[in-house]
Ligand binder design. Structure first.
Ligand code: 13P
Length: 260
């Protein structure tokens, strides 16, 4: 059997508590017979839903993640949520450096690095998001930008933590309502470059770090993306927010990946 395929969704600032809980329960019902030895499914809802969310599902079937996290355990950080608080709730995954955090809220690679180190130290599955802007792509420097985001974002990460590290490649220009889906050729070329940077950082172990693709993934392009050998999973926004549609998408993608 090959590596587990990863499927997940970031709910951004969309679903409130009740809507998140019914979404999670529906998604769990629709996918519960699918073997988790072959795939992992994770959902990243809003902070305020987390306490209920981890109790509403079997977290072996659906891993629950937080959308952000402060690097400090406690202190004078008004408006922030600490790793200790997330642990207390039973959250097992933390997303760091989503494009909206970087570009709307001005987070830097140095801050993402502090968060990654703290998340790994606390034993979270740590999903670091990277991606170039349209402008950077226009200058032909996408690979350089991604290499910098990885080298800074993963600075001083210990190899002993690599089994808890996932990367999501989400080109900024492809995310959200104004997003343009990336072509498969582009995703192939970029995932190759990302794997090379990870090998540069961590040797052969680096190549085993899962790299997910995200950005306007939908039912029409999911299969061609996931069959790429260096695409280890799909990180989906809008096309995952109805449980029945997400279940159809991920089942088809899983079958396509297995066919190769
Ligand atoms: P969309 O799939 O809606 O483009 O969003 C992707 C995303 O930001 C996942 O984190």
């Amino acid at each position: 059997m090959g590596k587990k395929i990863l499927f997940g969704s970031n709910l951004k600032m969309y679903k409130g508590v009740e809507e998140t809980i019914s979404y999670l329960q529906e998604l769990q019902d629709l996918t519960k017979e699918m073997s988790r030895a072959e795939m992992e499914l994770f959902i990243i809802p809003s902070y305020v839903t987390l306490e209920r969310a981890v109790k509403a599902v079997d977290t072996k079937l659906i891993k629950i993640g937080a959308q952000n996290m402060c690097w400090e355990d406690a202190g004078q950080f008004t408006g922030e949520i600490s790793p200790v608080m997330l642990k207390e709730l039973g959250v097992s995954l933390v997303m760091i450096g989503h494009s909206e955090r970087r570009h709307v809220f001005g987070e830097t690679d140095v801050q993402e690095n502090q968060k990654v180190l703290a998340a790994l130290q606390h034993g979270f599955t740590t999903l670091l998001c990277i991606g170039e802007t349209a402008e950077e792509k226009g200058y032909g420097i996408s690979k350089e930008i991604l290499r910098i985001q990885l080298k800074k974002g993963l600075h001083q990460v210990s190899r002993k933590h690599l089994d808890h590290l996932w990367i999501a490649y989400e080109p900024v220009w492809s995310i959200g309502v104004a997003g343009v889906p990336a072509t498969v050729d582009y995703v192939r070329e970029i995932h190759q470059a990302i794997k090379e940077s990870l090998e540069e950082l961590f040797g052969a172990d680096g190549a085993n770090i899962p790299v997910l693709y995200g950005g306007s993934v939908n039912a029409d392009n999911a299969n061609e993306m996931i069959v790429e050998p260096l695409v280890d999973g799909l990180f989906v926004g809008r096309s995952a927010w109805q449980a029945d549609k997400f279940s159809v998408l991920l089942r088809a993608a899983k079958k396509a990946k297995e066919r190769g």
